[in-house]
Unconditional design. Structure first.
Length: 417
């Protein structure tokens, strides 16, 4: 049984959802592998709960939402919002959509559903401003994961590296076998790699300080980190710019590359069945994982969430979708397939595979920091400036110019004075 109220809030039990009619357009970037399969699982649950509401899946292809957010921005500027859209918890949400008054508070929905009792304390401040809560988180992802090919590492007689120095040593042995050391894809995956190198080189306190102005982007410590990043790039595949994140990850399980640093949606892609766009592989058999070099004991996180726009065309449909997205049943249907863990704290761990159970343990015990690439620590404007600087760096490999551009980006956004 599920109860709905108006667009201000819902509760999860009682009532008859069959009376709800209309439609809802939900915008995301989940179009491939475990991502699309996870979304489809939640859509199927939505159809059961709200059989008379037509669900329009407006997903736009492109890793990390690079294409989708551009399409969304155009629609919002034109006054044509979808009924709900995917946004990352953190500054992407607060510094972009809340700052532009594009989304509505969901406090009544949280109260009606009892969500404050089941959402992590870590998340609530990242989706709130001035006492208002602005989105419904559906998951927790880990960004700082190194995916490995155990067979290839054994053949090269190397261990999984725990530091960047160990990584460079491992690359010598791997490349002597004519294999790629680190598989990488298009530019947003290079930004993802950059944030893990910054974290592994600077440590938690100085990494966090990059986003508050307490760590100087022009400092010697950042220079060292960027030099390490440049050295890491010397060991990636030459066709990186032409590959999606799935293509890059597949190089590892195909035996063409030893490592891939990417978020744990890779696990969803590896483990989900081929008929749902995955590879059907078994964790700890066909592939292994570890924290990216220098980040053991740290969980670099992101969270996907959904919002209720101001002037949503179908607010009742949007509310119905948010009700499912925030529910225990919705998150248990979605996350095991997506390759993420629930945002809610009450999901059944037995539904999740070996990797995801390890992620649950680490989320509850590790020190938590936010992702740059996936919206936690920087708003879209700041991230765009970093992305522009990164694009130039991938071409010229000039650390001094790159560092100057990063420092200028921090100053222009107002975080560094």
């Amino acid at each position: 049984m599920s109860e709905t109220t108006d667009s201000e809030g819902t509760t999860e039990e009682s009532g008859d959802t069959s009376a709800e009619t209309g439609e809802v357009e939900v915008f995301s970037w989940w179009t491939g592998g475990g991502e699309a399969a996870g979304l489809e699982a939640m859509i199927e649950l939505f159809a059961e709960e709200y059989p008379d509401i037509t669900f329009n899946n407006a997903a736009v292809a492109g890793g990390a939402g690079t294409n989708a957010r551009a399409v969304l921005a155009t629609r919002l500027q034109a006054g044509d919002p979808p009924d709900s859209w995917q946004g990352h918890a953190g500054q992407e949400l607060i510094g972009t959509y809340v700052a532009a008054n594009q989304i509505q508070p969901l406090n009544d929905m949280y109260e009606a559903n009892g969500w404050m009792e089941v959402m992590p304390e870590t998340l609530i401040p990242l989706i709130s401003q001035d006492g208002n809560i602005y989105s419904v988180p559906v998951n927790i992802h880990r960004a700082n994961v190194m995916w490995t090919n155990p067979t290839l590492l054994a053949e090269a007689n190397v261990d999984v590296p725990t530091s960047w120095d160990e990584f460079f040593t491992a690359c010598e042995a791997i490349e002597a076998m004519d294999k790629v050391c680190l598989a990488m894809g298009e530019q947003w995956t290079a930004m993802h790699l950059l944030e893990t190198v910054l974290l592994g080189s600077l440590g938690v306190e100085r990494y966090n300080g990059l986003w508050t102005g307490e760590t100087d982007w022009a400092s010697a410590e950042v220079t060292t980190a960027l030099e390490s990043f440049a050295q890491v790039l010397d060991h990636v595949n030459s066709d990186a710019s032409a590959l999606s994140w799935q293509d890059a990850a597949q190089l590892v399980v195909n035996g063409d590359a030893a490592f891939n640093i990417m978020g744990d949606w890779v696990n969803g892609y590896f483990a989900s069945s081929p008929d749902s766009g995955g590879l059907g592989l078994t964790p700890n058999d066909a592939y292994g994982w570890a924290a990216s070099p220098g980040t053991a004991g740290t969980f670099q996180f992101l969270s996907d969430s959904f919002v209720l726009p101001v002037d949503a065309p179908h607010p009742d449909g949007a509310t119905a979708w948010l009700n499912v997205a925030g529910s225990k049943a919705g998150q248990e249907a979605f996350n095991p397939v997506k390759g993420s863990i629930c945002a809610r704290t009450d999901c059944d761990a037995a539904l999740f595979d070996a990797y995801l159970q390890s992620a649950m343990d680490d989320w509850s015990s590790n020190e938590v920091v936010g992702s740059l690439t996936h919206g936690v620590v920087a708003n879209d404007s700041w991230k765009s400036e970093i992305d522009t600087a990164l694009g130039l760096f991938l071409t010229d490999r000039n650390v001094e110019s790159f560092q100057s551009a990063l420092a200028a980006a921090c100053a222009s956004i107002g975080a560094c004075q």
